[in-house]
Write a protein that binds this ligand. Structure first.
Ligand code: GLC
Length: 728
């Protein structure tokens, strides 16, 4: 009797779920059937800088899009990039996504997505233009700070909770920039020539995970071309792979100005055209938005038979589905904005991703009473939330390291600051201002001299420098030319190391930098653009209030030239006879990041996955056993130190008998574990055949070849604590 009852319950629940989905599709079909041709076409393109039309006659609201991945962009005027000057739209600035990636923490990613989703919903935005998950192919990439590092497994694991977190608030995550948009230089004029195996193993996985596991409701096409077609209407990428193979039922939005042609825009898989340059409302006789590719030109083609209403209906179904999932969701969402919880979340996420690269004992810092702590470097003071491109934010406040450390050592030590160098004195972007005054009339020599003199008088010296959001650094639209620190910082650090026995260096950046002075300093911390609470997060780690547990989401190379991109054909691309666009050949294939350095035995400054703690951990009793079609890899992690802390146990797989070239190791699992001193935890990872496979482009399928594999367990890609062979 019980079984029958249980079965009835299951059937009823399944029926409800189907009913719910079918109610979504029924609503879509019902509305679609009542729309005119003009109303349908109006929905497929922008009506303003950040909105696309609804159906006023039927009470279907317009869709409001907003940047960005790190927080909700301030309101702009109807047809402008600059902020409109509202007084109620200063947001919580969350850490840059590279900072989230460095947490290697799925729970932090879920928290992040939920908080930013609440802020978007409260600001009545339906589509969040983020997260970005383009793989860090070159350390020079200008938007590395906005993405999730060099490994597809790490990016896939962290994009899923973020997307779910955003969407549980009735806001669509718009995962970007699809795809192989791995640089900023000439991003609208470069054709990425990439073979299928490289695409499927490296550049597609994070987007596929966002769609199939995260259930992403929106995808943003990228500016560049892939194999000859612009990605905002790349038929193979959007229709065959995204909507075909992956079953994506959401909406494809162009990057702003990424839609380039009339006909391809219709048939190439694009659903909403945003940002096309038509001199907007200013220069055009009528509404510039009517000149969009999917506006009047589309109407003409529908009326003269060159375009079919069937294709139009598919676009409109996807757009209506997005409306019913967001602003017209059956479950009302109201969100919240700049709450204490959001700022605390920003602080916790930022701290959880700060990476302790080196520590010969100077950290954590516990200055004796009455001592003097000297901070040196522009990044101890410069606010970083403003700038960097479309992820620029107007935030309620931003705590800088200088203020946070003064707060932390209040009543104990005197904290003073020396500029050390003058980098970027910009304090405004899109009319958002920081209010800081960064001008300094001293010469570089004087600045260095003053810093060195002050260092001689101080008890503790912390250098806080790195990069910033200006052009040719961590900035949308430009790439760096080298990973060398700018503004002669290396010379300054060398000079300080001469007079400071226990120099602590904090590098604040969103991308890798060369650290030639690493051997001369006592401790090195990799901090990121941590958002509103960045100063507090850094102080929490430096003082030991938080035990650092971040891990590098990308390799920190010794030099740019050590990387896999050896020729302009690979990066930044070349012009070729008879070809309109720049051509960039991804001939390094799957050998990106540690897959390149580790496989070729190339020394690096700090490896992918590296990060120290104020305590210590051991991995023991590692085993592999058969489990169904796959395997279970297990091991025990023990906190062997004196204080609580977290370790990220990483599982890499090596295929030692492959018929094709494969990397020496590939990340296929990780777990971040918080343990008390002496506490241990038994961990278990599942390895299915997919995790052992490579992509066979000819057969167009994943292949796991029988033979010997190795399970490598470690605390970084280079610090392997257990290597267990097993047979498939
Ligand atoms: C920009 C960026 C994209 C952003 C969009 C709207 O060009 O590439 O990430 O969301 O335009 O600002």
């Amino acid at each position: 009797m019980k079984k029958v009852f249980f079965a009835l319950i299951v059937l009823a629940v399944a029926g409800c779920a189907r009913q719910h989905n079918s109610s979504l599709e029924e609503k879509v079909e019902s509305t679609l059937s009542r729309m005119t041709l003009e109303e349908k076409v109006a929905m497929t393109h922008a009506q303003s800088k950040f909105s696309s039309a609804g159906v006023p006659r039927l009470g279907i609201p317009e869709l409001w899009h907003t940047d960005g991945p790190h927080g909700i962009r301030p309101e702009v005027l109807w047809d402008d990039w600059d902020q409109a000057g509202w007084t109620n739209d200063s947001c919580t600035a969350f850490p840059a996504l590279i900072n989230l990636a460095a947490t290697w923490n799925r729970e932090m990613s879920a928290l992040y997505g939920d908080c930013i989703g609440q802020e978007a919903r409260y600001r009545k935005k339906d589509i969040l233009l983020g997260p970005g998950v383009n793989i860090c192919r070159t350390p020079l990439g200008g938007r590395t700070f906005e993405y999730m590092g060099e490994d597809p497994y790490l990016a896939s694991a962290l994009v899923v909770p973020y997307v779910k977190g955003v969407q549980q608030n009735g806001v669509a995550a718009c995962v970007k920039h699809f795809a192989v948009n791995n640089q900023e230089m000439r991003r609208t004029a470069t054709n990425s020539v990439v073979d299928d195996r490289t695409m499927y193993e490296i550049y597609l996985p994070a987007f596929k995970a966002a769609v199939q596991e995260g259930g992403a409701w929106a995808i943003m096409g990228s500016y560049n071309l892939w194999n000859g077609e612009f990605n905002c209407h790349n038929h193979r990428l959007l229709n065959d792979i995204l909507k075909g193979e992956w079953g994506f039922d959401g909406v494809v939005i162009s990057d702003w100005g990424g839609c380039r042609e009339d006909d391809a825009a219709i048939t190439g898989g694009l659903d909403i055209e945003m940002g096309t340059w038509t001199n907007g409302l200013r220069g055009a006789a009528s509404n510039g938005y009517d000149e969009y590719h999917l506006a009047n030109p589309y109407l003409e083609r529908l009326r003269d038979g060159r375009a079919t209403e069937e294709v139009l209906n598919d676009k409109v179904r996807r757009i209506l589905r997005t409306v019913y999932r967001t602003s017209m969701s059956e479950t009302p969402h109201y969100g919240s904005f700049t709450s204490p919880e959001h700022f605390q979340a920003a602080r916790d996420i930022a701290a959880d991703g700060i990476v302790l690269l080196k520590n010969d004992g100077a950290l954590p810092l516990n200055p004796s009473k009455g001592s003097k702590v000297l901070l040196i470097g522009e990044n101890a003071y410069k606010m970083m939330v403003v700038g960097g491109g479309s992820s620029n934010l107007k935030t309620k406040y931003e705590v800088i390291p200088l203020d946070a450390l003064r707060e932390a050592f209040d009543g104990k030590a005197d904290v003073v600051w020396e500029r050390g160098y003058v980098g970027d004195t910009t304090t405004v972007y899109n009319r958002v201002v920081t209010g800081q005054v960064l001008k300094d009339s001293r010469s570089p020599e004087k600045l260095l001299q003053d810093a060195v003199s002050a260092a001689k008088e101080a008890d503790y010296v912390i250098y806080i420098g790195g990069l910033n959001k200006s052009f040719y650094q961590d900035n949308e639209g430009t790439d760096r030319f080298d990973i060398t620190l700018p503004y002669c910082q290396n010379e300054l650090i060398d000079a300080l190391a001469e007079v400071t026995p226990n120099l602590i260096v904090v590098n604040i950046s969103g991308s890798p930098v060369a650290m030639p002075w690493a051997g001369k300093v006592n401790a090195i911390v990799q901090a990121w653009y941590g958002g509103s609470e960045s100063g507090h997060a850094l102080a929490d780690v430096l003082t030991g209030k938080v035990n650092p547990s971040g891990k590098l989401p990308f390799t920190m190379p010794l030099a740019t030239a050590d990387g896999p991109l050896k020729s302009p054909r690979q990066y930044p691309g070349v012009q070729e006879e008879g070809k309109e666009w720049w051509q960039e050949y991804y001939t390094e294939g799957i050998f990106v990041g540690y897959r390149w350095y580790d496989t070729n035995g190339i020394a690096v400054q700090y490896p992918f996955g590296h990060g120290l703690s104020y305590t210590s951990f051991e991995i023991s009793d590692a085993r592999v056993k058969k489990s169904g079609k796959g395997f279970k890899v297990s091991a025990t992690l023990i906190n062997t130190g004196e204080r609580a802390g977290a370790e990220v146990v990483q599982l890499y797989i090596r295929d030692s008998e492959a018929s094709v070239e494969r990397p020496s190791k590939e990340l296929k699992g990780f777990e971040k574990v918080y343990l008390e001193p002496g506490e241990s935890r038994r961990l278990e990872f599942s390895i299915d055949p997919d995790a052992l496979s490579f992509f066979d482009a000819d057969a167009h399928r994943w292949v796991a070849e029988p033979g010997e594999f190795h399970a490598l367990l470690g605390t970084s890609s280079a610090d392997i604590r257990a290597d267990i062979p097993f047979m498939l």
